[in-house]
Design a protein around this ligand. Structure first.
Ligand code: ATP
Length: 308
């Protein structure tokens, strides 16, 4: 099969064996301000989101099984119809009105999705949503763009609030439940040091415990939102969910402090956590912090760059 246009950030390639390889990046929230609880149970938010160079690798290939098959060697990721990559592919084919299959693949008429997980799961880095967006975007390219970006984004939103952002693929300010995206071209490049403790966090549980009267981001973001919208690490890094998750897991505060002691310009929990990122304007300082924090056996550590 011939490779068509590259859509998804990180791009994708095909090989003669008809495997289609896609890179599925993680995200961080440089700020996450929860503005209101809605009557449907969701929360409205304002968030500056950015993809980073920590990727899951996804391979789509023809399969001799009927339908969609998921292969993921990770204890916390389901290999059935609840996997977000599976749900994305199933939705794509349902909307297209055809059976799940890899095009032009002869008698092998199923679709196999292999996910090599590098992004920590349930860590606030959006791995599942990214996988869903990667599959939607790749299938849309392979099938010659049957769906517009707006339609694809609506399909993505039905899978998860962060999926439209990953389809958007550039730094953006997300509003609504995450689906109203505005390009944020002013973001400068940062090197990030990510620290992920062993435990995972349920996003739904964190939102359930959130008390909007106690949140702090509104004040911190006043200048950004109502004055000059230039993101400044020292002033604007904030996350309204941090208070909830750190009460449950004080270790997050300890990680933030360690990153600051190692000369980060700022440190913050991403999404509902527990992943914490330190922002460095000088990559050698990030490298030094990596070497120090990698010594801790209870934490997974990564160096990554902001993606544009
Ligand atoms: P969210 O805030 O959307 O919950 P997150 O980044 O904190 O995102 P994910 O890594 O997306 O967390 O995982 C959330 C849940 O989704 C996990 O319980 C996981 O088992 C499930 N899940 C389903 N499909 C996937 C997938 N393809 N990759 C990762 N997790 C998946």
């Amino acid at each position: 099969m011939a490779a068509k246009k590259s859509l998804f950030s990180g791009g994708w390639t095909t090989e003669q064996d008809q495997n289609l390889r896609i890179k599925s990046p993680a995200k961080i929230n440089l700020f996450l301000h929860v503005t209101a609880k809605r009557s449907d149970g969701y929360h409205d938010l304002l968030s500056l989101m950015c993809c980073i160079s920590l990727y899951d690798n996804i391979t789509l290939s023809p399969s001799s099984c009927q339908g969609i098959e998921i292969c993921c060697m990770h204890a916390s990721v389901p290999e059935n119809h609840t996997n977000l990559a599976y749900r994305a592919a199933a939705l794509f084919f349902r909307e297209l009105g055809c059976d799940p299959a890899f095009p032009e693949s002869g008698e092998k008429n199923g679709l196999r999705i292999k996910i090599e997980k590098n992004i920590p799961v349930a860590a606030g880095l959006g791995g599942g949503s990214s996988n869903a967006a990667a599959v939607l975007s790749a299938l849309n390219s392979v099938y010659d763009h049957p769906f517009s970006m707006a339609t694809l984004s609506n399909m993505g939103l039905s899978l998860g609030a962060d999926v439209p952002f990953f389809l958007f693929g550039k730094p953006a300010i997300a509003a609504g439940i995450g689906e109203k995206l505005t390009d944020y071209a002013k973001l400068r490049h940062f090197t990030l040091m990510l620290v992920c403790p062993e435990f995972s966090v349920s996003t739904a549980a964190v939102y359930k415990k959130l008390n909007l009267r106690l949140t702090k981001c509104e004040k911190k973001l006043k200048k950004f939102l109502f004055g000059e919208p230039v993101f400044d690490v020292r002033q604007h890094l904030c996350n309204d969910l941090e208070l909830v998750t750190t009460v449950l897991h004080p270790e997050i505060l300890q990680i933030k402090q360690k990153l600051m002691d190692l000369n980060a310009n700022g440190a913050l929990m991403s999404g509902s956590g527990p992943a914490v990122f330190g922002v460095f304007t000088e990559s050698d300082k990030a490298r030094f912090a990596y070497d120090v924090l990698a010594e801790n056996d209870n934490w997974r550590v990564f160096i990554a760059e902001t993606l544009f």
